[in-house]
Design a protein around this ligand. Structure first.
Ligand code: C5P
Length: 402
């Protein structure tokens, strides 16, 4: 995974060199971006030597020197799209102010606006500057916007004062980055079978029955479980999504195919998560030739498909089974019903009519229904965060069932 490390002009800038090393231990590819004032404290050469990559020092060249070329002028967009996370350590009061107010004056502040990757800031400054209402309001704005703040430590500061404002330790910052990226290694050794996307039930060679599932929830689960060290088998209906690196990807089309793919592999998995929106019915007959238009009405006879989750629930080989309930009404009743009927350990329910939940969104609003009767409602979160919460619960269930 790639991260950009923004280094800004504070005495603590020298600590960023050690941070680069620590992040590399997590197999992260680090691209350093320095503000002009950071270069007064530490040279780009140090970071170039540590990372083996050119350090980005600014968007435009100094007045009077060679003009910026097209490449460097659009580089911030390329970097913005390439990175999985933007970390700024140390973050001065100045850069926090720029981020909070959307001021894009140099490469780093422009990168902040241009990237959709999560952002982590580790502020470091004089105690009075840190405690100043302006800084605290900027921090509050950034937190509200979802920026992760690694609070500074208390202690002796370079300015001779004692108080809050010292850059958090390298270990604390590195841990936070790993947490945000979902690199927790707590699923190492486990095989997790995940289904995703819709199924397609053919009527004739050109027509089929399907649903509005995008596969985003299942793919987020695959990505999250993979980053946490699991061996992931992703059985996927047709989607347009990028296949997450490092997962065993098994494409399927109809429910019957998904059923076969899942049942062949379920026994060797410790966890099965059925995030796919599996068709409950399929055409009773499939026509080899395209059906022709006729006058009058047309009736399509449907027959039930195998309920994959319920079958696994009956045959259970000691795995943890997680099902989904995407509903438009009576969410709780149907989730409780599925928990019992399908023999699942947990049902993840959502009301797909809610804004920011359900199909083809990047966020979801879910409630977990657990066997012990607990019902846990989460706020609106990205599907990646929901995925990590599901995996946290799976680990908890495993711990209690030992
Ligand atoms: O019964 P319903 O389709 O609403 O249940 C949803 C849950 O059951 C999901 O986890 C879905 O993946 C799973 N399911 C299944 N096989 C089916 C239908 C649904 O495994 N035929």
């Amino acid at each position: 995974m790639k991260i950009a490390l923004g280094v800004t002009g504070g005495v603590a800038a020298y600590k960023a060199a050690e941070l680069v090393r620590r992040l590399q231990q997590e197999k992260l590819d680090v691209q350093v971006v320095m503000t002009r004032s950071a270069q007064e404290f530490i040279t780009p050469l140090t970071f170039a030597a540590l990372t083996g990559q050119k350090v980005i020092t600014d968007m435009f060249t100094e007045p009077g020197s060679a003009p910026a070329n097209v490449e460097s002028a659009i580089e911030h967009i390329a970097v913005a799209q390439r990175i999985d996370l933007l970390l700024v350590a140390p973050a001065t009061a100045d850069i926090l102010g720029k981020f909070a107010h959307g001021i894009a004056q140099d490469f780093l502040s422009t990168l902040y606006l241009a990237t959709k990757a999560p952002v982590v800031v580790a502020p470091a400054m004089n105690v009075n500057m840190w405690e100043h209402e302006a800084t605290q309001r900027n921090i509050a704005t950034l937190r509200e916007r979802g920026v992760h703040v690694v609070d500074p430590d208390e202690g002796y500061l370079a300015c001779g004062m004692t108080g809050s404002g010292r850059l958090a330790s390298t270990e604390t910052i590195a841990k936070r980055v790993c947490d945000v990226l979902g690199l927790r290694h707590d699923l190492t050794g486990q095989t997790i079978l995940i289904t995703a996307g819709p199924t397609c039930e053919d009527i004739d060679p050109v027509r089929f029955l399907t649903n509005r599932s995008s596969g985003k929830m299942g793919y987020a689960l695959a990505e999250a479980a993979n980053r946490r060290g699991a061996h992931v088998v992703l059985v996927s209906g047709p989607t347009d999504l990028k296949i997450p690196d490092g997962v065993d990807w098994i494409p399927v089309r109809a429910t019957e195919e998904m059923d076969r793919a899942v049942r062949e592999r379920a026994a060797s998995a410790q966890v099965v998560i059925m995030a796919a929106a599996v068709s409950d019915y399929r055409p009773a007959a499939q026509h080899d030739k395209k059906l022709k238009r006729n006058e009058g009405s047309f009736t399509l006879e449907l027959e039930p498909t195998p309920d994959i989750l319920a079958e696994l629930g009956r045959e259970k080989h000691g795995q943890i089974l997680v099902g989904f309930a995407a509903e438009t009404h009576a969410v709780a009743e149907s989730a409780r019903g599925k928990l019992a009927r399908k023999g699942a350990d947990m049902i993840v329910a959502n009301d797909v009519t809610q804004e920011g939940a359900g199909f083809d969104t990047d966020t979801n609003i879910v409630t977990f229904y657990l066997r012990d009767g607990r019902e846990i409602s989460l706020p609106k979160l990205s599907k990646f965060e929901v995925a990590n919460q599901i995996l946290d619960r799976v680990l908890e269930i495993q711990k209690h069932s030992k």
